[in-house]
Design a protein around this ligand. Structure first.
Ligand code: 5GP
Length: 184
């Protein structure tokens, strides 16, 4: 695929998986689905820092129903490309979620451990409904089963950056999604 225009220079070995145009079209479809499913209601989006910020900002602006949002931050120990499996809460939500229609907004679901942890955290807070939305889904390395309600793209087993996703905190600013290694 042709490399999209970027203001920052992208290394040669980064391979484009989704262009900014692909992303905008898919996010618009997801927003349409969510708006239809929650017609007449208001949704509360819970973004998972930091990766989901860019996706959440785009999704939010395309919803045709009232929406509010909040963020939480979790970490799985270590800062590598391999998840260790232990998830901990680093920053909790600012506002209560009780009796609200909550949608967890993730950048990517890999092992599923992060989402499972957040899902349990939210269920304990007596939400009115809980939905799960992820921009990317990589099912190959799943360790726990998680039922997704909204998925942007299902990707092969390669590490990706851009559109909020990082490698060692870099490349979040890229407007497209790039694979930085080969599928295994
Ligand atoms: P899980 O708990 O599902 O294994 O991991 C979810 C988190 O791991 C994501 O929210 C993301 O922060 C990180 N992650 C997993 N795969 C990738 C990837 O390919 N690229 C980037 N940048 N982060 C990833």
């Amino acid at each position: 695929m042709e490399k999209p225009e970027t203001t920052i220079k992208v290394p040669e070995h980064f391979r484009v998986l989704y262009s900014p145009e692909d992303i905008a079209a898919r996010v618009a479809e997801m927003a349409e689905d969510i708006s239809a499913d929650f017609e007449g209601k208001a949704v509360h989006l819970i973004g998972v820092l930091k990766g989901a910020t860019v996706f959440l900002a785009d999704l939010l602006r395309m919803l045709s129903i009232p929406a509010t949002y909040d963020f939480l931050s979790v970490a799985s120990y270590g800062d590598s490309t391999e998840s260790t499996g232990v998830v901990r809460l680093i920053k909790d939500l600012d506002d209560p979620v009780e009796s609200r229609d909550v949608i967890i907004v993730e950048d990517i679901v890999d092992t599923g451990l992060t989402l499972k942890y957040i899902e349990e955290l939210m269920r304990n807070r007596k939400v009115s409904s809980l939905s799960k939305c992820t921009f990317l889904d990589r099912p190959d390395r799943r360790k726990v089963h998680v039922e997704m309600d909204y998925v942007g793209f299902t990707i092969p087993d390669c590490y990706v950056v851009g559109y909020g996703l990082d490698f060692e905190q870099k490349w979040r600013q890229l407007p497209g999604i790039y694979a930085i290694n080969q599928p295994t």
